[in-house]
Design a protein around this ligand. Structure first.
Ligand code: AMP
Ligand code: MG
Length: 339
C-alpha cells in the first residue's frame, strides 16, 4: 500500500512539475514611486500579468506622486480653486486614508506634508525647523478639516496632502489584484519596504520574506506568508544627523510635528490588505509599543512585529509559527503579544 501511495505521489509530482510552464519563473525589475521594484511570478500567464501589473503601478504613480506635475496630488497641492476633482485612484486612497486617520486617532494623517517639507525630507535639504516654524506648519495640517464629497476634495488654504505613508501599499494591493485577474497564482512583488505575496510558492510552500535589521546590516528575522502583504516602516529608512549628532527620521508624530521618538526602530504589519498594512505600519510607529499593542488587540485584520531599541522584538500571536529570528541577530529577545 505504501509503495502504491509512493508511486501515486511521484506521478502527481511529475505532473505538477511538467506543467513545466506552470513552474517556470519570470522576473521583472523596474523603477517606480522612487524605488526599485521587483516582481517574480510563475506560470503561463506570468509575463503578461506582470506587464499589466507594472502598467497599473505606473498609472497609480501618475495619480499619487507628490512631485510629478499634473498628478492628482500635485493638482491638490497647487490648487487655485477650493475644490479639486480627483481621479479614481486618488479618491480611493484619500477615502481610506481619512478612515484610517480617524481609527488611529490621527497617528496617520494624510495632511502632514507641510511638516515633512519643513524637515526638508521632500527636497533632500534636511534640517531641524525652529519651534515657531513647526507651530506654523502644524497649524496647516489636520485630517478632520478635509472634506471629500464623492470625488471632490476641499481643503483649507495652506493645507497640502501626501500619500507617502500608504501609496506603495495601495500600489502593491492593486498590482496583486491585477496578477490574480490574469490568472497568476504564484507571485511576489517587492516595492521597496513593501512586499505583496500572491498565493504561495509554486511548490505550495509559503513565501519567505526577510525582515531588515533596523539597527545594523542584514536581516533580523524571516516571516512565512501566503496571500499577504508584509510592510515595514523603520526609522533607518530615511534620516539625517544634525550638527549635534542627533538623528532625525521621516516618520512624524502629527501631534507634535517632530519625528516619533518612543523606542521603536521598526514596525512590520502583515495582513491581506496592502494599503491597510502600509498605513498601519506608519501609524503604529507613531503610536509606540503600548498604544500599538492596544490597537492590535482591538482589531482582527492584521498582525505585527515591533522591533525596539535593545533588539527587543514583539510578535503578535498570529505570527508565532510564521516568524523566526535569524541567529545572526544576536542579543535579541522575543515576546509574544496575546489578545
Ligand atoms: P512609511 O515609510 O510608509 O512609514 O511612510 C513614511 C512617509 O509618509 C514619510 O516619508 C512622509 O512622506 C509620510 N509621513 C510621515 N509621517 C506621517 C504620518 N504620521 N502620517 C502620514 N504620513 C506620514
Ligand atoms: Mg506606511
Amino acid at each position: 500500500m505504501k509503495r502504491i501511495l509512493g508511486l501515486f505521489l511521484a506521478v502527481c509530482l511529475l505532473l505538477a512539475g511538467c506543467g513545466a510552464e506552470g513552474s517556470k519563473k519570470y522576473t521583472r525589475n523596474f523603477f517606480a514611486m522612487n524605488t526599485y521594484m521587483t516582481m517574480t511570478a510563475y506560470g503561463p500567464h506570468a509575463e503578461e500579468g506582470m506587464k499589466a501589473a507594472e502598467e497599473g503601478i505606473r498609472a497609480i504613480e501618475d495619480a499619487l506622486s507628490v512631485t510629478r506635475e499634473g498628478s492628482d496630488v500635485w493638482r491638490v497641492n497647487h490648487r487655485t480653486d477650493e475644490a479639486v476633482t480627483l481621479g479614481s485612484d486618488a479618491e480611493a486612497v484619500m477615502r481610506e486614508a481619512l478612515a484610517l486617520a480617524e481609527q488611529t486617532g490621527g497617528a496617520l494623517d494624510p495632511t502632514i506634508y507641510p511638516v515633512v517639507e519643513a524637515w526638508g525630507f521632500t527636497k533632500e535639504q534636511r534640517r531641524v525647523p525652529g519651534s515657531g516654524e513647526l507651530r506654523e506648519v502644524v497649524s496647516r495640517t489636520g485630517w478632520q478639516r478635509v472634506h471629500l464629497e464623492k470625488n471632490k476634495l476641499v481643503l483649507a488654504p495652506g493645507m497640502e496632502i501626501d500619500f507617502g505613508a500608504l501609496g506603495k501599499g495601495y500600489a502593491g494591493r492593486e498590482a496583486g489584484r491585477i496578477l490574480c485577474r490574469h490568472n497568476v497564482r504564484s507571485a511576489i512583488i517587492s516595492l521597496g519596504g513593501n512586499v505583496e505575496a500572491v498565493g504561495s510558492r509554486p511548490d505550495g510552500t509559503p513565501w519567505r520574506v526577510g525582515l531588515r535589521a533596523p539597527d545594523g546590516e542584514g536581516y533580523a528575522g524571516m516571516i512565512s506568508v501566503r496571500d499577504a502583504a508584509v510592510v515595514t516602516s523603520g526609522s533607518y529608512e530615511r534620516y539625517f544627523v544634525d550638527v549635534e549628532g542627533k538623528r532625525w527620521h521621516h516618520i512624524i508624530d502629527p501631534a507634535t510635528g517632530y519625528p516619533a521618538e518612543n523606542g521603536l526602530l521598526s514596525v512590520t504589519v502583515i495582513g491581506s490588505d496592502g494599503l491597510l498594512c502600509d498605513a498601519l505600519s506608519t501609524a503604529l510607529f507613531v503610536m509606540g509599543r503600548d498604544r500599538a499593542s492596544a490597537f492590535w488587540r482591538s482589531r482582527d485584520d492584521f498582525e505585527m512585529i515591533l522591533i525596539e531599541e535593545g533588539r527587543r522584538i514583539t510578535v503578535t500571536e498570529g505570527l508565532e509559527k510564521a516568524f523566526s529570528v535569524l541567529p545572526e541577530y544576536t542579543g535579541s529577545t522575543v515576546e509574544v503579544l496575546r489578545k
